[in-house]
Design a protein around this ligand. Structure first.
Ligand code: NAD
Length: 531
């Protein structure tokens, strides 16, 4: 029988973790609730929001605004521009708050997360509505984001109880000694989050840091600051003391470096692109006067994720999974399928079926429940994606899509498939982060796996095959952090599918997994002579 530790007993006092259920919008009551939330939020668009440092709200200063990508003339909210002085003040405030926050028992800190989860549940439809407007998520995509945020709070609360309570050692090398290992927090850190999971990822990194006893300066993406403010609001309402979470939205280019380089920044939790992540890693590596630690960097970065389609499979299911993984949230998920690698004997049939399936996707504003796909996030993303599409037309052949959506004012791009691509083509190698799928033909299954592994990334991947031997081979050699068989490569569940990639996809961390909180702690071994 397994020995139960003090932590396991404490965690056992809570009901077992289970994932938040996704809302079924085909149920009329749910549909009505979502529609009502969309209308409520529509009436709240364009308000002015503060920066928050040590509980002090800062509203004055030059303003910038966050826009609706479905209708860029519509402001979602405005904020004061954060300055370098604010960045310095926020790091100082987080350091001051750390002195008392680290003393709060893990059990109490976990309580804040559970309260936050409850508040999110109560405001579920409203939070999703904000994402529909600010991030261009369709109803189901926004709902999945909110559900994941709730899951992070619930999961990390339990993990804190499992990991962070003092653990008396069962090994006594010297008689008359009491040995103990405890995980203690790192200090004040910076959380820098992307716009593509504006609530879930921001919540995940922030709550993991806080529940582990650290304090945080949160710098969300300038494309999704209002949603991040909603998280701040919820944690505040849950009773989090001032200074534990400082809210500093703004341009990464203006305040990012100074937050990362500050001598009193102890850790950086980042999710975003490879280029920014690598730059941060480099900046964090250089010590500054007065700095007495090596900064910890937790970086989750991009992907060039592939689905391998074998000849021994149900092609309809493979096509469905490829289409959903490639074009869900406009292909703007780090886990999105951006490459389909198809074995030669089924290649032509796959393309035919894929074209039919993709051409059924309905593009439209994210607040319209009939839309399957909304806009891409902003004008510069649109420009870059359209440039990649032109490169793709030269490198391969266009199967479908290939342009901006005619007559739409927002940042709409047709779901685009380019085929007959060389594995070394730019479209096969570079992260585009939009609705563009690159299709490559493989000689056979082994060749498909070689092609799949042949990028600098290693985030997600999937294989469609009925052949057990082939699946076992993929299990061994497909070099990705999240590998899926006979299902889509997006939609990782907290707890069930700890998420994070290899190589240039990040620092090998696993959000929503059993190791994650350890990244926000350091271990202290204490030994006392008792007799
Ligand atoms: P991004 O790198 O442009 O921005 C991410 C964050 O970094 C934003 O808050 C941004 O303001 C900030 N930033 C930008 N420049 C900075 C600087 N010089 N200093 C400090 N901060 C700076 O990424 P994005 O466009 O917001 O997100 C999309 C990217 O994120 C894609 O590459 C995607 O694959 C990746 N992503 C990865 C994961 C994962 O778990 N691996 C999850 C989601 C998104």
């Amino acid at each position: 029988m397994a020995i139960e530790t003090a932590q396991e007993q404490a965690a056992g006092a809570l009901p077992e973790f289970c994932n938040e259920k996704l809302v079924d919008f085909s149920v009329p009551e749910n549909h009505q609730k979502m529609q009502a939330a969309v209308e409520k939020v529509r009436g709240e668009l364009g308000r002015h929001y503060p920066l928050v440092i040590a509980g002090r709200q800062i509203t004055e200063g030059d303003r910038w605004m966050s826009l609706n990508p479905s209708r860029p003339e519509q402001a979602i909210g405005t904020f004061p521009k954060a300055t370098l002085e604010h960045a310095d003040q926020a790091i100082q405030a987080a350091n001051e708050a750390f002195a008392s926050w680290k003393q709060v028992p893990a059990r109490e800190r976990a309580g804040w997360l559970l309260r936050a989860a409850e508040l999110m549940r109560r405001r579920k439809f409203e939070l999703s509505a904000w994402m529909i407007f600010e991030a261009g998520k369709t109803w189901p995509e926004a709902d999945a984001d909110t559900a994941e945020a709730i899951d992070f709070c619930e999961f990390y609360a339990r993990e804190a109880l499992r990991i962070l309570l003092p653990d008396p050692s069962r090994v006594t090398p010297v008689p008359g000694e009491h040995n103990e290992l405890r995980y203690i927090p790192l200090g004040a850190g910076v959380v820098i989050s992307p716009w593509n999971f504006p609530l879930a990822i921001t919540t995940g990194m922030t709550t993991a840091a806080i529940v582990s006893g650290n304090t945080v300066v949160l710098k969300p993406s300038s494309d999704s600051p209002v949603i991040a403010y909603k998280l701040y609001e919820i944690l505040k309402e849950a009773g989090l003391p001032d200074g534990v979470l400082n809210f500093l939205p703004g341009s990464g280019a203006v305040i990012g470096d100074s937050l990362v380089e500050h001598a009193r920044t102890r850790f950086i939790a980042f999710t975003g692109s490879k280029d920014v992540g690598l730059r941060m890693n480099e900046l964090a590596g250089r010590p500054h006067p007065g700095q007495i630690w090596i900064k910890r960097v937790v970086a989750e970065m991009g992907g060039k994720d592939a689905i391998v389609v074998d000849e021994e499979t149900d092609l309809d299911k493979a096509v469905e999974a490829v289409a959903v993984s490639a074009f869900g949230y406009q292909g703007q998920k780090c886990s999105a399928c951006s490459r389909a690698i198809v074995v030669a004997s089924v290649y032509d049939r796959f393309l035919e079926k894929l074209k039919t399936r993709v051409e059924r996707i309905k593009l439209g504003p994210a607040d319209d429940p009939a839309s399957d796909m909304g806009p891409v996030i902003n004008a510069s993303a649109m420009k870059s994606i359209l440039e990649y599409i032109e490169i793709g037309k030269r490198e391969g052949k266009l199967l479908t899509g290939g342009a901006a959506a005619a007559g739409e004012k927002g940042y709409f791009i047709q779901p685009t498939v380019v085929y007959d691509l060389d594995p070394k083509a730019r479209l096969s190698q570079e992260e585009i982060f939009g609705p563009v799928l690159a299709v490559t033909q493989a000689r056979d299954f082994d060749d498909a796996l070689l092609i799949a592994n042949d990028t600098e990334y290693g985030l997600t991947g999937a294989v469609f095959s009925r052949n057990r031997e082939k699946l076992e081979k993929a299990r061994e050699v497909f070099q990705v952090g999240n590998l899926y068989f006979n299902r889509k490569c997006t939609g990782a569940w907290v707890g069930g599918h700890p998420f994070g990639g290899f190589n240039m996809s990040g620092t090998d961390s696993k959000a929503g997994g059993r190791d994650y909180l350890l990244l926000f702690t350091q271990a202290k071994s204490i030994s006392e002579k008792v007799a």
